[in-house]
Design a binder for this molecule. Sequence first.
Ligand code: FE2
Ligand code: FE2
Length: 174
Amino acid sequence: MISNAMAQRLNQQINKEFYSAYFYMSMSAHSESENLAGMAAWFMAKYNEETAHAMKIYRYLHDQGARVELEAVDKPPTRYAGVLDMFEKTLAHEQEVTASFNDLVEATLAEKDHATSIFLHWFVTEQIEEEATVSNIIGRVKLVGERGEGLFMIDNELAGLAKQMPQTMDIQVP
Ligand SMILES: [Fe+2]
Ligand SMILES: [Fe+2]
């Protein structure tokens, strides 16, 4: 059993994860329109990952006897200035998500809600990985540039990365 306040916070986090998914799908769509197939695949894999994050919290709420309450998901940006812009927006977004998990963990400590605290550790660790991956991509885009051959190289590299990521929705239906 978790408190109503904690359930509300976790429901808000579900919304943030769905926003992340929607945001990445929007960048996948933009990339595909720009003939960047590798990038489109990478952002779509991120969409899948974020949906799986939302579902992890969804499952936890039910396991704790709390209610899942879905809210409207905000509209993500639909136009991007270029590849660097997309990855810089991605990093800024992931940093916000990290801050949000830190706040959540602090709330669990204040409530002495150890179960939720331990549950959230997975997300805290995951955020380190996500920020590092995106920072690395930004560094490489800056190195090779975002047009011509450089862009072609980055797109191929992202296609390779996308192949290592789960391409199907990792949602467990009981
Ligand atoms: Fe996430
Ligand atoms: Fe993320």
